[in-house]
Ligand binder design. Structure first.
Ligand SMILES: *[C@@H]1O[C@H](CO)[C@@H](O)[C@H](O)[C@H]1NC(C)=O
Ligand SMILES: *[C@@H]1O[C@H](CO)[C@@H](O)[C@H](O)[C@H]1NC(C)=O
Ligand SMILES: *[C@@H]1O[C@H](CO)[C@@H](O)[C@H](O)[C@H]1NC(C)=O
Ligand SMILES: *[C@@H]1O[C@H](CO)[C@@H](O)[C@H](O)[C@H]1NC(C)=O
Length: 495
């Protein structure tokens, strides 16, 4: 993509872009994997100045951008039109894998230790972030050791949960294509291979035009830039937090929480969970729950599996640990609501593999041009308009590029959408209160409405889990997909 030379060739309304892609790029799996969960510090020093304003921009104006074909460019084009963009958006031509680090924003204020969040009834007081010592936690970005007292306790809790964990072997590396029998086994219900969901999975919002806004893999250096935009527009999101990032940025996690965003679990080191043993899954989820509780005083009751990689074994362990899986909307076997990834076809395959990851760092790692991300966004909007329910989109706050495209383009466009979207955290789109997203403050009754009584009934989640035997989970298993999907995708594979 470095060789691409954009030139403005036409003026249209609304903003429309057509951009070619370097089709010759072959992604290094290793590079993508390395980029996946970790984060390098911005190369420029952190600054207190606001986000750099673009000196020139195609955003907020009308135009068509095209790319002159060269020998390294194929004929692929990306088209999209945006109803609105942010006047201070970073220009698309700058949002690339190789862009210089832009300034990160400081937090507007540092939360006071001991303060009690007033927006959640019965919320515990905020822990003192200075007491959080990384040495008290597992090594970042590695599967935590299994021999700790904590993991032994969590294993016991799972055993005592009343939920039976299916006796499945972990999947092989290589995703669906390297696990052909498992991939289509209805008893596995492996979402990323077949789109199979159970009645426990949250993949959409009930109300049409309701958008469960989610950002994964942070907190990161650019999370404050996203938070500032969300604050300006009075938007609340769900953040699926990686435990290793929480330990790196505990004050940012507190800022997300105090900003009344929903905090949820996204594992300790961002592994494809179906490939892990039961104990490894327990360690990944348990340490993330614990670090969030240590930093915020509350424990999330929702989790998202990295890469959407979940089957009935991972589901059962998550539910046994008090967490409901949240994935993202998928309108057909070959499409997912994922703005950062390749949409629609290739992503489904890549989701299955630790290497062929669709979503996370495709701009950052140079795999997907920002223009393609915006084309994906347009496709999502078209799909959303056909649904009789709302939707959940996968986005990311870990890297500069994904924050820039969110604050500069996707969110402004979404806010200008007609009919208007109701943009909210997942817990809210489900009709619950923000406090219902946490084990300590969940007051949701089985009927789904929020009760105002019995604050701090911490035993409710345990009870409700015991009343949900795994067998009912299997019985209601539903294959969402089209026949021939799996076979078609096996044939497409190249490793
Ligand atoms: C927070 O913890 C630090 C380190 O233990 C301590 O020095 C400080 O006094 C604590 N602050 C409050 C408000 O408790
Ligand atoms: C497929 O699975 C086998 C068995 O676990 C493993 O040795 C091999 O590396 C996997 N292939 C890929 C491409 O991951
Ligand atoms: C909160 O607890 C109730 C049971 O009291 C349960 O039905 C509900 O699913 C829980 N909410 C979440 C978001 O886990
Ligand atoms: C579940 O049970 C454990 C052990 O009895 C208890 O500490 C916890 O508060 C209970 N509630 C939840 C939601 O985990």
């Amino acid at each position: 993509m470095k060789s691409l030379i954009p030139s403005v060739v036409a003026v249209l309304t609304p903003v429309a872009f057509v951009v070619g892609q370097n089709a010759g790029e072959h992604h290094s799996p290793l590079r993508r994997a390395q980029h996946h969960a970790r984060q390098d510090a911005p190369s420029a020093s952190t600054s207190t100045s606001p986000v750099a304003l673009p000196t020139s921009s195609v955003s907020g104006a009308s135009g068509t951008v095209s790319v002159a074909p060269t020998s390294t460019v194929d004929t692929a084009v990306y088209t999209f039109s945006l109803a609105a963009t942010n006047p201070t958006a970073v220009p698309l031509s700058i949002i690339t894998a190789n862009q210089a680090s832009s300034p990160t924003l400081p937090l507007s204020s540092t939360p006071a230790a001991g303060a009690s969040p007033t927006f959640i009834s019965g919320a515990p007081s905020l822990p003192n972030v200075s007491t959080i010592q990384p040495t008290n936690y597992p090594t970042m970005d590695r599967i935590p050791p299994l021999d700790s007292a904590e993991v032994q306790q969590w294993k016991q809790d799972v055993a005592n949960s009343g939920i039976s964990i299916p006796d499945f072997q972990p999947t092989n590396p290589g995703g669906c294509v390297n696990n052909t029998a498992i991939a289509t086994d209805p008893a596995r219900c492996w979402w990323s291979c077949t789109g199979c969901v159970t009645d426990k999975d949250i993949t959409q919002c009930p109300d049409k035009n309701s958008w469960g806004l989610t950002y994964d893999d942070g907190p990161g250096y650019y999370t404050p830039n996203l938070l500032q935009y969300l604050d300006e527009k009075d938007l609340k999101s769900t953040f699926f937090v990686v435990g290793s990032r929480a330990i790196q940025f505990p004050s940012l996690l507190q800022a997300e929480y105090l900003g009344q965003h929903q905090i949820a679990v996204h594992t300790w080191s961002h592994q494809p969970l179906t490939q892990l043993t039961n104990d490894e899954i327990i360690a990944e989820l348990g340490w993330t729950k614990k670090v969030i509780k240590d930093i915020l005083g509350i424990t999330p009751n929702m989790m998202r599996p990295p890469f959407g990689d979940i089957d009935n074994r991972v589901r059962a362990i998550s539910l046994a640990m008090g967490m409901t899986p949240v994935i993202w909307t998928r309108t057909s076997a070959t499409s997912t609501f994922d703005t950062d990834g390749e949409f629609p076809s290739a992503s489904s395959l890549r989701l299955c593999s630790p290497f062929f990851i669709t979503a996370d760092f495709n701009i950052h790692s140079g795999v997907t041009p920002v223009q393609k991300v915006l084309q994906n966004w347009q496709t999502i909007l078209a799909s959303a308009s056909t649904l009789d329910h709302g939707f959940i989109v996968l986005e990311h706050d870990l890297f500069q590029e994904s924050v820039e495209v969110a604050t500069g383009y996707i969110l402004p466009d979404a806010l200008a959408h007609n009919p208007p979207f109701k943009i909210q955290p997942v817990v809210s789109c489900l009709g619950m209160q923000i406090g219902d997203a946490y084990i300590e403050t969940n007051k949701t009754t089985a009927g789904g409405s929020s009760a105002s009584t019995s604050a701090g009934d911490a035993t409710k989640s345990n009870n409700s889990i015991r009343q949900s035997p795994f067998e009912s989970l299997v019985a209601t298993t539903l294959i969402v997909g089209v026949s021939g999907f799996a076979l078609g995708f096996f044939a497409l594979t190249r490793f």
